[in-house]
Design a protein around this ligand. Structure first.
Ligand code: UD1
Length: 416
């Protein structure tokens, strides 16, 4: 089992390319099931989550091959409308295959993804959306057995915006007869990216990026070529790394307008940030100050996935930083590990209170989830001495090679 060793306490200096967005690539790969032909997904990040998705695609009968960062998916043959439990269990976001398989085959059988490291992850909104479109769903015994005699467009009004449920509803609606209107839809940039891929395959979808999405069902779609947007959470992680360690870092192939809320908080902390076309430069020379409360909420508010890395950056900020986590129940597991480095954090329910300390010291810590794990690396960069981060399998789900990116930024880091 490999670990990440980081010798912290020295400023960063370097330039790094931001990978393609994991949370765009996964639903687009599922959407390729509906595009009967060959789809080419450019800028596809090489992650363990994309590997699992490739294995799912192959299992259901698609041919998949890679050339550099291009992923080719040939979904022209009939598909097997089933995902085995072993593959479903490896990645919660595999639930986005539900809408795609159902729309393609008229049936879908998979296991319910269940809870995960961030607390309970219900899929009631996915199920009710698909029922609205005319699907019979038996969700007893940890399995989802879905069948439709033909999807029919309808009005789906989400009580709260869910990224995955919006994606599933969009995918299914592209094959439903008539018009589907999704209200209170998630507005994340990854939803817009999915719309953009679907449009290229011939689907009639509009409104993504706003809270109302309209889809007119069509027949079979065709393969398309699409470039995945840059990963906004990876970008926020590298910015937080510079805020934690100090120095000057430049990111390219990034889309700063997708993470303005995070840039805003880093600016309040005293970082100077210049954002331009496809690039961002961050400088942190002096001691950081605590920013105003960081409150996670659906896009365009502060993203829950950027909360852990920003907490890592705030550990040494002068004053008290308040975090309020409104999306997931169990998203402060990194806090206990950060305390091993000398951080002063109190958590209660949705709130975490970080009192800035003068120094952090390297420690042996363990990642419990993807972004929490990356946050430990960010904290380690600002800590004096050597840290060892275990549980790298979590980090590898979402970062192409965290040690390479951090080394490009001048960090002393190695995977052992
Ligand atoms: C996606 C992202 C994840 C991110 C999250 C929130 C992917 C692969 N993952 O996850 O990185 O942290 O958005 O931005 O894109 N909910 C329900 N019922 C449902 C579905 C969701 O109550 O059926 C709740 C969830 O428990 C959570 C909230 O809705 O409190 C938002 O979750 P959702 O947007 O669905 O997250 P994911 O799509 O799983």
């Amino acid at each position: 089992m490999s670990v990440l060793q980081i010798a912290g306490g020295r400023p960063l200096s370097g330039i790094v390319r931001v990978q393609g967005a994991k949370n765009s690539a996964l639903p687009i790969m599922a959407a390729a099931v509906l595009a009967e032909g060959i789809s080419v997904i450019e800028n596809c990040p090489k992650l363990s989550d994309t590997d699992v998705t490739i294995r799912i695609l192959r299992y259901i009968g698609c041919e998949v091959w890679q050339d550099g960062d291009c992923l080719y998916i040939d979904s022209s043959k009939p598909i097997i409308p089933e995902i085995p439990d072993s593959l479903m269990g490896e990645m919660r976001s595999s639930v986005v295959f539900l809408g795609a398989i159902l729309a393609r085959a008229g049936e879908a059988r998979l296991s319910t993804p269940g809870g995960c490291e961030l607390g309970p992850r219900p899929i009631d909104l996915h199920i009710s959306a698909l029922r609205t479109l005319g699907t019979e769903i038996d969700d007893s015994g940890g399995r989802l057995v879905c069948k439709t005699a033909g999807l029919v467009g309808g009005r789906i009004d989400f009580p709260n915006p869910s990224v995955g449920a919006t994606e599933n509803a969009m995918l299914a609606a592209t094959r439903a007869e008539g018009v589907t209107v999704i209200t209170n839809a998630a507005k994340e940039p990854e939803i817009e990216d999915l719309q953009s891929f679907l449009q290229k395959t011939g689907a009639l979808v509009a409104g993504a990026g706003t809270s109302q999405i309209r889809i007119r069902g069509t027949g079979a779609a065709h393969g398309a070529r699409h470039r995945v947007i840059p990963d906004r959470i990876a970008a926020c992680t590298w910015l937080a790394a510079c805020a934690s360690a100090g120095g000057e870092v430049k990111l390219y192939d990034t889309e700063p307008r997708h993470y303005l809320s995070v840039i805003h908080s880093l600016h309040e902390m005293g970082c100077s940030i210049e954002a331009g076309e496809g690039m961002v430069t961050i400088k942190r020379k002096d001691t950081l100050r605590a920013p105003r409360p960081i409150i996670t909420n659906p896009y365009p508010a502060f993203p829950t996935d950027a909360q852990p890395p920003l907490m890592a950056a705030a550990l040494k900020a002068e004053g008290t930083t308040v975090f309020v986590e409104n999306i997931f129940e169990n998203r402060y597991r990194h806090a206990e590990e950060m305390k091993r480095m000398g951080a002063d954090i109190k958590t209660e329910g949705k709130t975490a209170i970080v009192c800035g300390v003068r120094k952090l010291k390297g420690a042996v810590v363990k990642a419990a989830d993807l972004r929490g794990g990356a946050a430990l690396a960010v904290a380690a960069l600002g800590a004096e001495g050597v840290s060892e981060i275990r549980g790298l399998n979590h980090i590898d789900r979402g970062y192409e090679s965290i040690e390479t990116a951090l080394a490009e930024l001048g960090a002393e880091v190695q995977r052992i």
